[in-house]
Write a protein that binds this ligand. Structure first.
Ligand code: SIN
Length: 334
Protein backbone atom coordinates (compact mmCIF):
# COMPACT_ATOMS: atom_id res chain seq x y z
CA UNK A 1 0.00 0.00 0.00
CA UNK A 2 1.39 3.40 -0.98
CA UNK A 3 1.68 6.05 1.71
CA UNK A 4 1.76 9.78 1.03
CA UNK A 5 4.90 11.11 2.72
CA UNK A 6 5.01 14.85 2.06
CA UNK A 7 2.24 17.07 0.95
CA UNK A 8 3.58 20.48 1.90
CA UNK A 9 2.29 23.31 -0.21
CA UNK A 10 4.29 23.87 -3.38
CA UNK A 11 6.26 20.63 -3.07
CA UNK A 12 5.68 17.54 -5.17
CA UNK A 13 3.80 14.82 -3.38
CA UNK A 14 5.86 11.74 -2.59
CA UNK A 15 4.53 8.27 -1.96
CA UNK A 16 6.29 5.48 -0.13
CA UNK A 17 6.11 1.70 -0.38
CA UNK A 18 8.49 -0.72 1.32
CA UNK A 19 10.90 2.16 1.94
CA UNK A 20 10.91 3.14 -1.76
CA UNK A 21 9.97 6.81 -1.99
CA UNK A 22 8.61 8.00 -5.32
CA UNK A 23 8.26 11.68 -6.21
CA UNK A 24 6.71 12.69 -9.49
CA UNK A 25 8.90 15.24 -11.28
CA UNK A 26 7.34 15.47 -14.74
CA UNK A 27 3.76 16.13 -15.80
CA UNK A 28 3.41 13.39 -18.41
CA UNK A 29 6.29 11.14 -17.34
CA UNK A 30 9.11 10.98 -14.81
CA UNK A 31 9.54 10.27 -11.10
CA UNK A 32 12.51 10.28 -8.75
CA UNK A 33 13.06 7.26 -6.55
CA UNK A 34 14.88 7.41 -3.22
CA UNK A 35 15.25 4.97 -0.34
CA UNK A 36 17.01 2.22 -2.31
CA UNK A 37 20.63 1.15 -2.64
CA UNK A 38 21.27 -0.39 -6.04
CA UNK A 39 24.65 -1.78 -4.93
CA UNK A 40 22.78 -4.49 -3.04
CA UNK A 41 20.21 -7.08 -4.11
CA UNK A 42 16.74 -5.59 -3.82
CA UNK A 43 14.28 -7.19 -1.41
CA UNK A 44 11.21 -8.44 -3.31
CA UNK A 45 8.92 -5.78 -1.86
CA UNK A 46 11.25 -3.00 -3.03
CA UNK A 47 11.63 -4.59 -6.43
CA UNK A 48 7.82 -4.76 -6.79
CA UNK A 49 7.52 -1.10 -5.81
CA UNK A 50 10.10 -0.09 -8.42
CA UNK A 51 8.48 -2.19 -11.12
CA UNK A 52 5.13 -0.56 -10.36
CA UNK A 53 6.72 2.91 -10.34
CA UNK A 54 8.23 2.26 -13.76
CA UNK A 55 4.89 1.48 -15.36
CA UNK A 56 3.11 4.33 -13.57
CA UNK A 57 5.71 6.99 -14.39
CA UNK A 58 7.26 5.52 -17.58
CA UNK A 59 10.65 6.91 -16.49
CA UNK A 60 12.31 6.63 -13.07
CA UNK A 61 15.42 8.39 -11.81
CA UNK A 62 17.79 7.20 -9.08
CA UNK A 63 20.41 9.71 -7.91
CA UNK A 64 23.70 9.13 -6.08
CA UNK A 65 24.01 5.45 -6.95
CA UNK A 66 27.74 4.79 -7.24
CA UNK A 67 27.35 1.30 -8.66
CA UNK A 68 29.61 -1.07 -10.60
CA UNK A 69 28.85 -2.49 -14.05
CA UNK A 70 28.05 -5.80 -12.31
CA UNK A 71 25.52 -4.02 -10.03
CA UNK A 72 23.92 -2.45 -13.10
CA UNK A 73 23.61 -5.79 -14.87
CA UNK A 74 22.27 -7.46 -11.72
CA UNK A 75 19.65 -4.69 -11.31
CA UNK A 76 18.57 -5.08 -14.96
CA UNK A 77 18.36 -8.88 -14.60
CA UNK A 78 15.83 -8.54 -11.79
CA UNK A 79 13.38 -7.46 -14.51
CA UNK A 80 14.27 -10.14 -17.06
CA UNK A 81 16.99 -11.37 -19.42
CA UNK A 82 19.20 -8.69 -20.94
CA UNK A 83 19.53 -8.15 -24.67
CA UNK A 84 22.85 -8.17 -26.50
CA UNK A 85 22.69 -5.22 -28.86
CA UNK A 86 24.03 -6.34 -32.23
CA UNK A 87 25.50 -2.95 -33.16
CA UNK A 88 26.23 -0.92 -30.01
CA UNK A 89 29.68 -0.79 -28.39
CA UNK A 90 30.29 -3.52 -25.82
CA UNK A 91 32.97 -5.94 -24.70
CA UNK A 92 33.19 -9.69 -25.33
CA UNK A 93 33.28 -10.55 -21.63
CA UNK A 94 30.02 -8.72 -20.87
CA UNK A 95 28.20 -8.28 -24.20
CA UNK A 96 24.94 -7.25 -22.46
CA UNK A 97 26.64 -4.10 -21.18
CA UNK A 98 26.68 -1.21 -23.66
CA UNK A 99 29.41 1.37 -23.11
CA UNK A 100 28.82 4.79 -24.63
CA UNK A 101 32.28 6.29 -24.13
CA UNK A 102 32.53 9.55 -26.03
CA UNK A 103 35.27 12.17 -26.16
CA UNK A 104 37.17 14.33 -28.63
CA UNK A 105 38.31 11.27 -30.62
CA UNK A 106 35.03 9.34 -30.43
CA UNK A 107 31.97 11.44 -31.24
CA UNK A 108 28.59 10.03 -30.21
CA UNK A 109 26.81 8.12 -32.95
CA UNK A 110 23.19 7.42 -33.75
CA UNK A 111 21.47 8.33 -30.49
CA UNK A 112 20.51 11.92 -31.47
CA UNK A 113 17.29 10.80 -33.08
CA UNK A 114 14.01 9.99 -31.35
CA UNK A 115 13.66 6.26 -30.85
CA UNK A 116 12.51 3.37 -28.70
CA UNK A 117 15.30 0.87 -28.27
CA UNK A 118 15.70 -2.04 -30.68
CA UNK A 119 12.26 -1.96 -32.29
CA UNK A 120 13.87 -3.77 -35.22
CA UNK A 121 13.47 -6.92 -33.10
CA UNK A 122 10.40 -9.17 -33.25
CA UNK A 123 10.04 -8.56 -29.50
CA UNK A 124 11.51 -5.15 -28.64
CA UNK A 125 12.90 -4.60 -25.11
CA UNK A 126 10.56 -3.80 -22.21
CA UNK A 127 12.92 -1.36 -20.51
CA UNK A 128 16.38 0.17 -20.55
CA UNK A 129 18.63 1.27 -17.68
CA UNK A 130 21.23 3.99 -18.31
CA UNK A 131 23.90 4.88 -15.76
CA UNK A 132 25.97 8.09 -15.88
CA UNK A 133 29.66 7.53 -15.14
CA UNK A 134 31.21 10.73 -16.47
CA UNK A 135 29.21 13.66 -17.78
CA UNK A 136 29.91 17.12 -19.20
CA UNK A 137 29.13 20.08 -16.95
CA UNK A 138 27.01 21.64 -19.64
CA UNK A 139 25.06 19.74 -22.25
CA UNK A 140 24.76 16.00 -22.85
CA UNK A 141 21.15 15.86 -21.63
CA UNK A 142 18.78 13.07 -22.57
CA UNK A 143 15.24 13.88 -23.64
CA UNK A 144 12.32 11.53 -23.18
CA UNK A 145 8.76 11.55 -24.43
CA UNK A 146 5.66 9.68 -23.34
CA UNK A 147 4.21 8.06 -26.43
CA UNK A 148 1.07 7.26 -24.44
CA UNK A 149 0.56 11.00 -23.89
CA UNK A 150 1.50 11.60 -27.54
CA UNK A 151 -1.21 9.13 -28.60
CA UNK A 152 -3.78 10.73 -26.28
CA UNK A 153 -2.99 14.08 -27.91
CA UNK A 154 -4.03 12.94 -31.39
CA UNK A 155 -7.47 13.88 -32.66
CA UNK A 156 -10.19 11.25 -32.40
CA UNK A 157 -10.22 11.11 -36.18
CA UNK A 158 -6.49 10.32 -36.38
CA UNK A 159 -6.71 7.79 -33.55
CA UNK A 160 -9.43 5.98 -35.45
CA UNK A 161 -7.55 6.17 -38.73
CA UNK A 162 -4.34 4.62 -37.37
CA UNK A 163 -6.02 1.93 -35.29
CA UNK A 164 -5.19 -1.48 -36.73
CA UNK A 165 -2.41 -0.16 -38.99
CA UNK A 166 0.97 -1.84 -38.93
CA UNK A 167 4.43 -0.40 -39.51
CA UNK A 168 7.70 -1.88 -40.69
CA UNK A 169 10.80 -1.49 -38.45
CA UNK A 170 14.36 -2.01 -39.66
CA UNK A 171 17.91 -1.61 -38.32
CA UNK A 172 18.64 0.64 -41.31
CA UNK A 173 20.57 3.40 -39.45
CA UNK A 174 23.20 0.90 -38.31
CA UNK A 175 23.97 -0.15 -41.88
CA UNK A 176 26.27 2.88 -42.09
CA UNK A 177 28.57 1.09 -39.62
CA UNK A 178 29.48 -1.50 -42.26
CA UNK A 179 32.24 -0.77 -44.74
CA UNK A 180 32.18 -1.35 -48.49
CA UNK A 181 34.71 -4.20 -48.73
CA UNK A 182 33.53 -7.62 -49.90
CA UNK A 183 33.93 -9.00 -46.39
CA UNK A 184 31.93 -6.12 -44.85
CA UNK A 185 29.13 -6.54 -47.38
CA UNK A 186 28.93 -10.24 -46.53
CA UNK A 187 28.89 -9.36 -42.84
CA UNK A 188 25.99 -6.95 -43.40
CA UNK A 189 24.08 -9.62 -45.34
CA UNK A 190 24.55 -11.94 -42.38
CA UNK A 191 22.97 -9.34 -40.06
CA UNK A 192 20.13 -8.74 -42.52
CA UNK A 193 19.29 -12.44 -42.31
CA UNK A 194 19.54 -12.42 -38.52
CA UNK A 195 17.43 -9.24 -38.15
CA UNK A 196 14.93 -9.05 -41.01
CA UNK A 197 12.45 -6.11 -41.00
CA UNK A 198 9.69 -6.55 -38.40
CA UNK A 199 6.07 -5.49 -38.49
CA UNK A 200 4.57 -3.92 -35.33
CA UNK A 201 1.20 -2.28 -34.70
CA UNK A 202 1.22 1.51 -35.05
CA UNK A 203 -0.81 1.71 -31.84
CA UNK A 204 0.20 -0.82 -29.22
CA UNK A 205 -1.44 -1.61 -25.93
CA UNK A 206 0.88 -1.45 -22.96
CA UNK A 207 0.82 -4.97 -21.50
CA UNK A 208 0.57 -3.75 -17.89
CA UNK A 209 -1.05 -0.30 -17.83
CA UNK A 210 -3.29 -1.14 -20.85
CA UNK A 211 -2.72 2.42 -22.12
CA UNK A 212 -2.63 2.95 -25.87
CA UNK A 213 0.79 3.95 -27.14
CA UNK A 214 1.89 5.44 -30.46
CA UNK A 215 4.56 2.91 -31.46
CA UNK A 216 6.45 4.36 -34.42
CA UNK A 217 9.83 6.06 -34.23
CA UNK A 218 11.94 7.92 -36.79
CA UNK A 219 15.04 5.82 -36.17
CA UNK A 220 13.68 2.40 -37.04
CA UNK A 221 10.21 2.77 -38.58
CA UNK A 222 10.57 2.80 -42.35
CA UNK A 223 7.02 2.46 -43.66
CA UNK A 224 3.36 1.69 -43.09
CA UNK A 225 2.23 -1.69 -44.34
CA UNK A 226 -0.21 -1.48 -47.25
CA UNK A 227 0.50 2.16 -48.12
CA UNK A 228 2.57 3.51 -50.95
CA UNK A 229 5.78 5.37 -50.25
CA UNK A 230 4.26 8.89 -50.39
CA UNK A 231 1.23 8.09 -48.20
CA UNK A 232 3.41 6.24 -45.76
CA UNK A 233 5.92 9.11 -45.52
CA UNK A 234 3.15 11.68 -44.99
CA UNK A 235 1.53 9.66 -42.23
CA UNK A 236 4.80 8.80 -40.52
CA UNK A 237 5.94 12.44 -40.60
CA UNK A 238 2.71 13.42 -38.86
CA UNK A 239 3.04 10.69 -36.25
CA UNK A 240 6.77 11.32 -35.67
CA UNK A 241 5.89 14.96 -35.04
CA UNK A 242 3.90 13.96 -31.95
CA UNK A 243 7.17 13.11 -30.14
CA UNK A 244 8.42 16.66 -30.76
CA UNK A 245 5.68 18.34 -28.75
CA UNK A 246 7.34 19.67 -25.58
CA UNK A 247 4.29 19.07 -23.38
CA UNK A 248 4.76 15.30 -23.77
CA UNK A 249 8.50 15.44 -23.04
CA UNK A 250 10.85 15.34 -20.08
CA UNK A 251 14.48 16.55 -20.26
CA UNK A 252 17.14 15.31 -17.90
CA UNK A 253 20.49 16.94 -17.13
CA UNK A 254 22.88 14.29 -15.86
CA UNK A 255 25.09 14.20 -12.78
CA UNK A 256 27.55 11.33 -12.22
CA UNK A 257 26.05 8.26 -10.52
CA UNK A 258 22.53 9.00 -11.71
CA UNK A 259 20.60 6.10 -13.18
CA UNK A 260 17.51 6.37 -15.34
CA UNK A 261 15.28 3.49 -16.23
CA UNK A 262 12.68 3.99 -18.95
CA UNK A 263 9.75 1.91 -20.06
CA UNK A 264 10.71 1.17 -23.63
CA UNK A 265 7.16 0.04 -24.44
CA UNK A 266 5.72 3.51 -23.99
CA UNK A 267 8.53 6.07 -24.32
CA UNK A 268 11.08 7.34 -26.79
CA UNK A 269 14.33 9.13 -26.03
CA UNK A 270 16.88 11.37 -27.73
CA UNK A 271 20.48 11.93 -26.55
CA UNK A 272 21.43 15.55 -27.14
CA UNK A 273 24.83 15.54 -28.88
CA UNK A 274 25.68 19.14 -28.04
CA UNK A 275 28.54 18.28 -25.64
CA UNK A 276 31.06 16.91 -28.15
CA UNK A 277 34.12 17.15 -27.88
CA UNK A 278 33.62 17.04 -24.08
CA UNK A 279 33.75 13.64 -22.44
CA UNK A 280 30.66 11.66 -21.58
CA UNK A 281 30.65 8.05 -20.44
CA UNK A 282 27.45 6.09 -19.87
CA UNK A 283 26.73 2.40 -19.32
CA UNK A 284 23.48 0.78 -20.39
CA UNK A 285 21.62 -2.50 -20.08
CA UNK A 286 18.44 -3.36 -21.93
CA UNK A 287 15.81 -5.82 -20.75
CA UNK A 288 14.11 -8.21 -23.16
CA UNK A 289 10.44 -7.64 -23.89
CA UNK A 290 7.52 -9.73 -25.09
CA UNK A 291 5.20 -9.71 -28.08
CA UNK A 292 3.71 -6.37 -29.16
CA UNK A 293 -0.08 -6.33 -29.06
CA UNK A 294 -1.93 -3.74 -31.07
CA UNK A 295 -5.36 -2.19 -30.96
CA UNK A 296 -8.04 -3.58 -33.22
CA UNK A 297 -8.92 -1.92 -36.48
CA UNK A 298 -11.60 0.75 -35.86
CA UNK A 299 -15.12 -0.23 -36.81
CA UNK A 300 -15.87 1.70 -40.06
CA UNK A 301 -19.39 2.45 -38.77
CA UNK A 302 -18.01 4.19 -35.72
CA UNK A 303 -15.60 6.13 -37.94
CA UNK A 304 -18.51 7.44 -39.98
CA UNK A 305 -20.25 8.62 -36.82
CA UNK A 306 -17.37 10.93 -35.86
CA UNK A 307 -18.58 14.47 -36.38
CA UNK A 308 -17.04 16.66 -39.01
CA UNK A 309 -15.42 19.55 -37.19
CA UNK A 310 -14.24 22.84 -38.66
CA UNK A 311 -10.85 23.37 -37.09
CA UNK A 312 -10.46 27.07 -37.84
CA UNK A 313 -7.07 28.68 -37.86
CA UNK A 314 -5.18 26.12 -35.78
CA UNK A 315 -1.45 26.74 -35.50
CA UNK A 316 0.18 23.91 -37.41
CA UNK A 317 3.70 24.49 -36.06
CA UNK A 318 3.14 22.66 -32.83
CA UNK A 319 0.90 22.81 -29.88
CA UNK A 320 -0.75 19.97 -28.07
CA UNK A 321 -3.79 22.24 -27.76
CA UNK A 322 -5.01 21.50 -31.26
CA UNK A 323 -7.02 18.53 -30.01
CA UNK A 324 -8.54 20.46 -27.12
CA UNK A 325 -9.33 23.37 -29.43
CA UNK A 326 -11.13 21.10 -31.86
CA UNK A 327 -13.15 19.66 -28.98
CA UNK A 328 -14.19 23.12 -27.88
CA UNK A 329 -15.17 24.02 -31.43
CA UNK A 330 -17.13 20.79 -31.62
CA UNK A 331 -18.93 21.49 -28.34
CA UNK A 332 -19.69 25.05 -29.43
CA UNK A 333 -21.38 23.82 -32.58
CA UNK A 334 -23.72 21.44 -30.73
C1 SIN B 1 20.51 5.71 -25.85
O1 SIN B 1 19.91 5.97 -26.88
O2 SIN B 1 20.30 4.67 -25.22
C2 SIN B 1 21.55 6.67 -25.30
C3 SIN B 1 20.95 7.71 -24.45
C4 SIN B 1 22.01 8.66 -23.93
O3 SIN B 1 23.20 8.44 -24.16
O4 SIN B 1 21.64 9.64 -23.28
Amino acid sequence: MNKQVNAQRGRPVATERAGVVMTRVGVNLGAEITGVDLRRPLPNEQFNAIEEALVENELIIFRDQDITSENLMAFGRRFGDLTVHPFSPNEAKAPELIKFRNDETTPPFGTDVWHSDETFRAEPPMATVLCAKEVPTIGGDTMFVSMAAAYDGLSDRMQQFISGLEAVHDFKPFKALFGTSEEERKNLQRYELLYPPQVHPVVRIHPVSRRKVLFVNPQFTIGIKGMDERESRMLLDTLFHQALIPEYQFRHHWAPHTIIMWDNRSTQHYAVHDYYPQRRYMERVTIKGGPVTGVERADPESVRKVKFVVTGNVDTHGGHKARQFRREMSDAKN
